[in-house]
Design a protein around this ligand. Structure first.
Ligand SMILES: NC(=O)c1ccc[n+]([C@@H]2O[C@H](COP(=O)([O-])OP(=O)(O)OC[C@H]3O[C@@H](n4cnc5c(N)ncnc54)[C@H](O)[C@@H]3O)[C@@H](O)[C@H]2O)c1
Length: 438
């Protein structure tokens, strides 16, 4: 049992804090966002993450999990401090480290005893050393007894608790073996492989992993576009490829591309680091470009269907979150698609099971958000499936037939059976399906 403070109560910080508390540790989750902390005291989760409310409630009631906005209170007698604040994209694709810097400064102002700073935020290579330097030469003149550990996080939104509790691996980077040993002890109950390395390598492992996963998706999307031209079926292509152990089946689902809070900013940040150090990130640049054009393929397809004129066309878009099982709208392909449709004069109605509140903040006012998928499809000229939520998989298409003005389906995630839908009289277009290409 250890005493831990986690700084930042977003997807990573709150999950980390709640899971370590669930494992028997005493955890304080700290955030500068007072509303978040007030909500958490009242049992209201600031994010949608399956299963999170139960483990937060369990540990909160048991007194192992606390919430605070006060650094001095949260860091009293604490030895292990996790940093899990955001690192969004800056103007040129570089990671914006201002939240990390502010967190480290706030720690330095109040910390007394020896401590280990564990960085969970995804940060450019060299950030751990920069934190080290910031603390060693701190303006307040204090000297600190501390170590820095890089412990990048690999959880996925939507399955974050399971990913945290059953990780494929934990990566720990530090120049101090004792600090690594202390953090290793925290993870011991998870019985997973632990990669121990230096800080810069740990930071690089995170960027390289995300860049590789994004590359896999952009790769299959490029193959999908070729499949549409040559009359092949990308679902079978991916199956045939994925059974090869060297390739593996995961991240080979063709669709409208990747989004979210991590892949876009992390691939851009890695490309930026490469350029900064004088190497040309040719593959990463292509991966980003393919992803940008892939989401717009949906708009191109609609233009082909409607002879280039989307003005006044009613489009029902199902799904807004960047992927299923999250309310995260950051860099969501659906938002870009809807933005482009509205610009071209289309009338958009949409529905998402969890992301409507987030969506309202960023979508054009003209977009009507509906109470259920059927309402979004009333009188629609076309249906666009943008997020692969389970509840859309069993949509009642007989009911939908009666609602839509024209039976046109663009399945941006290949979740429906084309033969079934064409059998019901729909014009069906998937991604990378030569037989159903336009
Ligand atoms: N979201 C993911 O799926 C995921 C997965 C792996 C890694 N990461 C990385 O983890 C980091 C956090 O991501 P997230 O999605 O949890 O972010 P988030 O935006 O959901 O949460 C960040 C939290 O930090 C708080 N914060 C900002 N500055 C602060 C400060 N000075 N002191 C205290 N709190 C502060 C914010 O108020 C916010 O609540 C990022 O670097 C991200 O790249 C995210």
């Amino acid at each position: 049992m250890k005493k831990i403070t986690v700084i930042g109560t977003g997807y990573v910080g709150l999950v980390t804090g709640a899971c370590f508390a669930d494992l028997g540790n005493f955890v304080t989750c700290l955030d500068i966002n007072k509303k978040r902390i007030d909500d958490l005291h009242n049992g209201v989760m600031p994010i949608y993450e399956p299963g999170l409310d139960q483990i937060v409630e369990r540990s909160y009631k048991a007194g192992r999990l606390k919430f605070s906005t006060d650094y001095a209170e949260a860091l009293k007698d604490v030895e292990i401090i996790f940093i899990a604040v955001g690192t969004p994209s800056g103007e040129n694709g570089e990671a914006d480290l201002s939240y990390v810097e502010a967190a480290v400064q706030s720690i330095a102002e109040v910390i007394e005893g020896p401590f280990i700073i564990v960085d969970k935020s995804t940060v450019p290579v060299g950030t751990g050393d920069w934190i080290d330097g910031m603390l060693q030469n701190h303006a307040n003149g204090k000297t600190f007894d501390f170590s820095v550990v890089s412990n990048p996080e690999f959880l996925r939104e939507g399955s974050a608790i399971g990913d945290f509790m059953r990780p494929d691996r934990v990566v720990l980077g530090s120049k101090n073996p004792n600090a690594i040993a202390a953090i290793e002890e925290l993870y011991a109950p998870l019985r997973c492989p632990i990669v121990k390395t230096d800080i810069r390598t740990a930071e690089m492992i995170k960027y390289a992993s995300n860049a590789f996963l994004a590359t896999k998706i952009s790769f299959i999307n490029e193959i999908a576009n070729i499949c549409e031209k040559v009359g092949a079926d990308v679902i079978d292509v991916a199956k045939g490829m994925g059974l090869d152990n060297r390739i593996g089946p995961k991240f080979l689902n063709a669709g409208i591309g990747w989004g979210g809070s991590c892949f876009p900013k992390d691939v851009k940040a890695l490309a930026h680091i490469a350029r900064e150090y004088g190497t040309q990130p040719q593959l990463l640049e292509a991966v980003i470009k393919i992803n940008q054009t892939q989401r717009m393929r949906i708009v191109e397809k609609l233009e082909l269907i409607f002879d280039g004129d989307l003005n006044g066309k009613k489009i029902g878009v199902l799904g807004l979150a960047f992927k299923a099982d999250t309310d995260d709208m950051r860099e969501s392909p659906a938002a870009d698609i809807i933005g482009a449709l509205v610009k071209k004069g289309a009338v958009v109605r949409s529905y998402d099971p969890e992301a409507m509140d987030q969506a309202r903040k960023i979508l054009p006012d003209a977009v009507r958000l509906c109470e259920n998928p059927y309402q979004a499809l009333e009188d629609a000229d076309a249906l666009v499936l943008a997020t692969e939520w389970n509840e859309f998989k069993q949509l009642d298409f007989k009911k939908v037939s009666k609602l839509m003005a024209r039976k046109i389906v663009i399945d941006g995630r290949n979740i429906w059976d084309p033969e079934f839908l064409t059998g019901l009289g729909y014009r069906y277009y998937g991604v990378g399906l030569g037989k159903y290409a336009i």
